[in-house]
Design a protein around this ligand. Structure first.
Ligand code: RIB
Ligand code: CA
Length: 316
């Protein structure tokens, strides 16, 4: 089977953890490297979390490199209220058994893309700082990127402000560089990721799989569930599932048929008003601009859940 070469830039982070495991388990993905961004937690913590997840999965041969310490222009905002003090609260993860690599994300991306005879997919599940810095510092390697798949933004709504999603809000300037780069982009915003839900019965099914990865992921999902926000419009008795935001961006690489994608023009609000970090998705093509992003608005949820369960069963 032909494997898609992929780099995952992430800020683990509970949903990032599932996204990473999906990439490791997928038979049609060759995960070249993991790079870590500052977002859910501070850079040194997301870096350590990525290394611990690879140790848990028995995949410490995958290189990991830490990225930028902070957004391009702004101070770092973290989501410790959601992901906890460690960034992966709720489970006991093993310590890495290999020494950290002495290379930064930007340099590792350049080394891998420059040395690859095939195009590489970059998936980003945190703020887009590292991807933007790479695009700005290595424009000559843009043509080695097959496409960028990122979790972030929203056509309608937000989760850190009424109009902005966390990953974009943290580093709007980076998101602007990415969407204006000319590289093919697939965007998985809240419009689709809030529909990508796992429920307590799914977590129980994962726990009953019985391998150490599934058991640890079940613990992480139980913790993540406690911070799941219930929509204000929910009726009495409504059960909101756990939002699997980041796995959408990886699932698209594994099986694009899971998602409904719509080419649209997307701009990023980089000002400092109340709309900071909003992704302005021209869904009616009012401005008649180039359709620079393929935006997801729907998914085949049973197919998505099967992919997650197969991921959990993959690990021994
Ligand atoms: O808004 C959801 C995004 O913010 C996800 O990537 C989650 O991990 C957090 O980083
Ligand atoms: Ca994330």
């Amino acid at each position: 089977m032909k494997k898609t070469k992929m780099i995952l830039d992430c800020d683990p982070g509970h949903d990032d953890a599932m996204a990473l495991l999906m990439a490791l388990a997928a038979e049609n993905i060759e995960l070249l490297a993991v790079t870590t961004s500052a977002g859910n937690q501070r850079p040194e913590k997301t870096f350590q979390n990525a290394r611990r997840l690879l140790a848990l999965a028995g995949c410490e041969d995958v290189p990991v490199a830490m990225g930028a310490e902070k957004p391009i222009r702004r101070e770092l905002i973290i989501a410790d209220d959601v992901h906890g003090e460690s960034g992966l609260d709720g489970a006991n993860l093993p310590e890495p058994t290999v020494s950290p690599l002495d290379i930064r994300a930007n340099d590792l991306m350049a080394k891998l893309l420059g040395g690859s005879d095939e195009k590489v997919v970059i998936v980003a599940t945190g703020p887009l700082t590292n991807v933007a810095i790479f695009l700005l510092s290595h424009p000559e390697l843009k043509n080695k990127i097959e496409f960028i798949s990122f979790m972030g933004g929203a056509c309608f709504g937000g989760n850190i402000t009424p109009h902005a999603e966390f990953n974009i809000y943290v580093d709007p300037e980076a998101a602007d560089v990415v969407v204006q780069s000319g590289v093919p982009i697939a965007m998985f915003g809240l419009d689709v990721t809030l529909k990508a839900q796992l429920f307590p019965r799914d977590v129980q099914e994962i726990r009953e799989i019985g391998n150490p990865v599934a058991a640890t992921m079940a613990d992480l999902l139980d913790f993540f569930n406690r911070t799941t926000t219930v929509p204000f419009w929910a009726e009495e008795g409504h059960v909101e599932g756990i939002h699997m935001h980041d796995p959408c961006a990886v699932a698209y690489v594994i099986d694009p048929s899971i998602f409904k994608m719509y080419p649209m023009h997307v701009d990023i609000e980089t000002g400092d008003l109340m709309s900071r970090g909003s992704t302005v998705v021209d869904y009616d093509n009012v401005f008649g601009k180039d359709k620079n992003v393929s935006v997801s608005f729907g998914l085949d949820l049973p197919k998505f859940r099967r992919l997650i369960m197969n991921t959990m069963r993959h690990f021994r």
